[in-house]
Design a protein around this ligand. Structure first.
Ligand code: ATP
Ligand code: MG
Ligand code: FE
Length: 341
C-alpha cells in the first residue's frame, strides 16, 4: 500500500507519499520561519493561514514528483493533533476532503505517534518493544513503545520541553529562529565546562525531566555578562545532554526488556544528544536507533509511515474525527498527572 501523509501541526507544512515497504516515494516540505521571525516565535494565526496557502500545492507537487494521482494512493493520513489547533484543522480537513473525493480511507494520525514510529521508517531492523526518548519542541517523554498504538509513558517533563529550552536559550543569546540548530552551531565553538549550570532532577528515582531551572540559570548567566556566548551555549547543551542521558539511564533500569534505545523528535537532530545516548545504549549492550536528521524535525513522511502502520492494522477513521489540540500517547499516564507528574 501507498499512503499520502499530511503534516501541519506547527510551523512546517508537508506532504509525503510513503509505501509500506518503507520507500519514501516523494516528500515536499515548506517551512514558515520567515513569516514568524519578526515575532520571535510561532504565531498560531499566521501559521494556520500559511498552511492553507501551502498545503494543496505541496500535495500536488508530491504527486507530480511520484508521477501519481490520488487514484494510486491507498489511504490518506493526516495529523489530527496534538498541536496548534488552527494548523491541525487545515491539515485534517484537507485530508478528509481528499479522502472523501477520492473514495479512500482516512487515517487520523497522532503527531507524536509520527515521531514515535519514525525510527521504524528509517530502520527496518527496529522491532517492538523499544525504549523511546521523545524530545521535541512541545514534549520530553520516555515511552515504552510496545506496538503501533501501544505506548506506556514512563516519564515526562514537569515544566518545559527540551526543545523549548533550546529555543529560549537561543532567544536569550539573540540567535533567533530556529533555536535548536543555532545553539548547537554556537556550542561547537564554546567550552562546555566553562559555565556552572544546574542539572535539574538528575539522580532522582523517577525518570522525569525539568528544564525551567536550567533556563533561568542560562538567563542569569547571560545577564551577568561574565561569560562568552559560545561558552554559555556549549555549557547549556552539555547540561541538557547530561539530564537526558541520566533520566534515560533510570528508565532503562525499569523498562520491560526493550530491544533498542531509540530517540526521536526535533531535539534528536542534535549531535551531542545523539552521541550521549549512543554511549548509554552501548554501555547497556543495546542497539541505538536515531532517524536521519531531516526525519527528526517535523515532516510528512513520518505521518505517512504512522498511517501505514495503522493501515496495516485496519484503521479507517470517520470523517467526523475531531482535531485534537491535546492528544496523549498514553492516556492512562496522563490521567494520573494531577497526582504528581
Ligand atoms: P511537538 O512534536 O512536541 O509537537 P514540534 O513539532 O514543534 O513539537 P519538532 O518539530 O518535533 O517540534 O521539533 C522542533 C524542536 O526541535 C524545536 O524546539 C527545535 O529547537 C528543536 N531542534 C531542532 N533541531 C535541533 C538541534 N539541532 N539541536 C537542538 N534542538 C533542535
Ligand atoms: Mg518547526
Ligand atoms: Fe513535532
Amino acid at each position: 500500500p501507498i499512503i499520502l501523509g499530511l503534516e501541519s501541526s506547527c510551523d512546517e507544512t508537508a506532504a509525503a507519499l510513503v509505501a509500506d515497504d518503507r520507500t519514501i516515494i516523494a516528500h515536499r516540505l515548506a517551512g514558515q520561519e520567515a513569516a514568524h521571525r519578526p515575532y520571535g516565535g510561532v504565531v498560531p494565526e499566521i501559521a494556520a493561514r500559511a498552511h492553507v496557502e501551502a498545503l494543496i500545492p505541496l500535495v500536488e507537487a508530491a504527486l507530480a514528483d511520484a508521477r501519481m494521482s490520488l487514484a494510486d494512493v491507498d489511504a490518506i493520513a493526516a495529523t489530527a493533533g496534538p498541536g496548534l489547533i488552527g494548523g491541525v484543522m487545515v491539515g485534517l480537513v484537507t485530508g478528509k476532503a481528499l479522502a472523501h473525493a477520492a473514495g479512500k480511507p482516512l487515517i487520523a494520525v497522532n503527531h507524536l505517534e509520527g515521531h514515535a514510529l519514525s525510527p521504524r521508517l528509517a530502520d527496518p531492523a527496529l522491532r517492538f518493544p523499544y525504549l523511546l526518548l521523545l524530545v521535541s519542541g512541545g514534549h520530553c517523554q520516555l515511552l515504552e513503545v510496545r506496538g503501533a498504538g501501544d505506548y506506556r509513558r514512563r516519564a515526562t517533563t514537569i515544566d518545559d520541553a527540551a526543545g523549548e529550552a533550546f529555543d529560549k536559550t537561543a532567544k536569550l543569546l539573540g540567535l533567533g529562529m530556529p533555536g535548536g540548530p543555532k545553539v548547537e552551531a554556537l556550542a561547537a565553538e564554546g567550552d562546555a565546562a566553562a559555565v556552572p549550570l544546574p542539572r535539574p532532577l538528575v539522580g532522582t528515582a523517577e525518570p522525569h525531566f525539568s528544564f525551567a531551572g536550567l533556563k533561568s540559570a542560562v538567563m542569569r548567566a547571560v545577564q551577568s555578562g561574565q561569560w562568552r556566548d559560545a561558552d554559555i551555549a556549549a555549557s547549556f547543551q552539555k547540561a541538557v545532554v547530561d539530564c537526558l542521558v541520566d533520566r534515560t539511564r533510570r528508565a532503562l533500569a525499569v523498562a520491560d526488556a526493550p530491544t533498542a534505545l531509540v530517540v526521536a523528535g526535533g531535539v534528536a537532530a542534535n549531535r551531542a544528544v545523539r552521541s550521549g545516548l549512543e554511549q548509554l545504549a552501548q554501555a547497556h549492550g543495546l542497539p541505538f536507533v536515531a532517524p536521519p536528521l531531516w526525519l527528526c524535525t517535523d515532516n510528512a513522511a513520518m505521518i505517512a509511515w504512522a498511517g501505514a502502520e495503522r493501515f496495516a492494522q485496519g484503521a479507517n477513521d470517520p470523517l467526523s474525527f475531531p482535531a485534537r489540540p491535546r492528544w496523549p500517547l498514553d492516556p492512562a499516564a496522563e490521567a494520573v498527572r494531577g497526582a504528581g507528574v
